[in-house]
Design a protein. Structure first.
Length: 389
């Protein structure tokens, strides 16, 4: 181990860098989670979260990873043997499907090439064909973190509406919430699944479910067994400002601070900042002569970019070199793109110079790894940051 000086650039697409203010907020004495001070905290956070999800209904907070909030969305709305329509956008869609299979759900997994977002046409066709309404839910990932592709959720909803099919719409926003515009109510989403450690700028450890009325109604009939994840007990306790079991108190201190930061900057401005940094990154990738894994420009992710290496070059070797020489972890290729891509996280607490440093680290690493590329890709990214062109 060599001694490191300066800060590590944590440029994986989550966990993202945690702001100093948030770390300081977490670093407070833990309080009684059944006392009056805690009650105030719960009430403020639950109101703030609705603004981030753009929803009028309740938002549930679990002390969990994002994976827990996936499971919660399924077990609270579905019954054993129910059919669910899911879409293979990438590795996170695969993992979510695996949970559904373990619960005995009948999964129809629409195949994908990991380079495009959700196509609403086959969803519409399958719902039209499902005359008996055996499909109880459509579940999609908004921002597929394994590929850097963002799907059009409003289009999925419109396709579902055209069929008049009653299926619920479940959407994973774990790596888009707080980075990319998201509208639970306007887009007619029934359960939105979130996590703390990406755009919300917190350490890992909180999972979210934002609920529509229809989802709450479905939960009263859903037959899958659940206890820890049961919405009902949490909704009841939340009304009094409490939780049915010990919440992650100090992470909630951090959440309040992170929400304040987002509102102070203004969510609109936060989204514009992410769009700028993503575009600057794409310009660097293009100028290096490398390929974005995402093929459709309308679906480019603003929270991360997945970069494809030329055939015969191992992306994991590149990442290891960059970590060793420049102390910057980048995201690995997951599942079937392992070794073929690396992922640059440009989400959360990030400014121009952090992004410039990130891109410089990648450019230096490409040189070290002997990957064929055109040097100087950082320059068009910097010009774009300065001139917006
Ligand atoms: C990170 C992520 C998850 C998994 O979250 P964990 O906290 O690792 O369980 C699920 N879906 C998406 C889209 C993600 O980015």
């Amino acid at each position: 181990m060599t001694a490191k000086s300066g800060r590590q650039f944590l440029q994986i697409p989550g966990p993202s860098n945690v702001p100093d203010q948030v770390l300081r907020a977490i670093n407070q004495p833990t309080i009684d989670h059944r006392g009056p001070e805690f009650q105030g905290l719960t009430n403020r956070i639950l109101v703030g979260l609705k603004k981030v999800f753009n929803c009028a209904g309740p938002v549930i907070i679990f002390p969990s990873s994002g994976t827990g909030s996936w499971e919660a969305a399924l077990v609270n709305t579905l019954s054993p043997g129910d059919s669910i329509l899911m879409v293979e956008t990438g590795q996170f869609a695969v993992l979510w499907r695996d949970i559904a299979l373990k619960f005995g759900l009948n999964v129809d997994f629409i195949p994908g090439d990991w380079r495009h977002g959700v196509d609403s046409e086959p969803i519409e066709a399958k719902l039209v064909a499902d005359k008996s309404h055996s499909i109880k839910a459509v579940a999609v990932v908004h921002n597929e973190t394994s590929t850097g592709v963002t799907s059009d959720i409003a289009a999925v909803r419109k396709a579902m509406d055209r069929t008049n099919h009653p299926a619920l719409l479940l959407v994973d926003v774990i790596s888009s919430l707080g980075s990319v515009d998201y509208r639970q109510d306007e887009w007619g989403v029934d359960v939105t699944i979130g996590g703390s450690q990406k755009g919300l700028m917190l350490p890992p450890g909180l999972g979210f479910n934002a609920l529509s009325d229809k989802a709450i109604k479905a939960s009263s009939k859903a037959g899958l067994p659940r206890s820890y994840w049961d919405w009902d007990a949490i909704l009841k306790a939340n009304q009094m400002g409490f939780f049915p079991y010990t919440p992650a108190t100090n992470l909630l201190f951090g959440l309040e601070e992170a929400l304040n930061m987002l509102f102070e900057e203004g969510l609109e401005n936060v989204f514009v900042r992410h769009a700028r940094f993503a575009e600057a990154t794409r310009r660097a990738v293009h100028a290096w002569g490398l390929e974005n894994l995402c093929l459709n420009p309308h679906e480019y992710s603003n929270s991360l970019t997945a970069v494809l290496l030329p055939e015969g070059h191992d992306a994991d070797t590149l990442r290891e070199l960059i970590l060793e020489h420049f102390d910057m972890p980048l995201g690995a290729g997951l599942g079937k793109v392992k070794g073929r891509i690396f992922r640059i996280g440009h989400l959360g607490w990030l400014n121009e110079l952090m992004l410039a440093g990130t891109l410089c680290g990648v450019e230096m690493g490409l040189g070290l790894a002997g990957v064929p590329f055109s040097p100087g890709g950082v320059q068009p990214a910097l010009s774009y940051l300065v001139h917006g062109e």
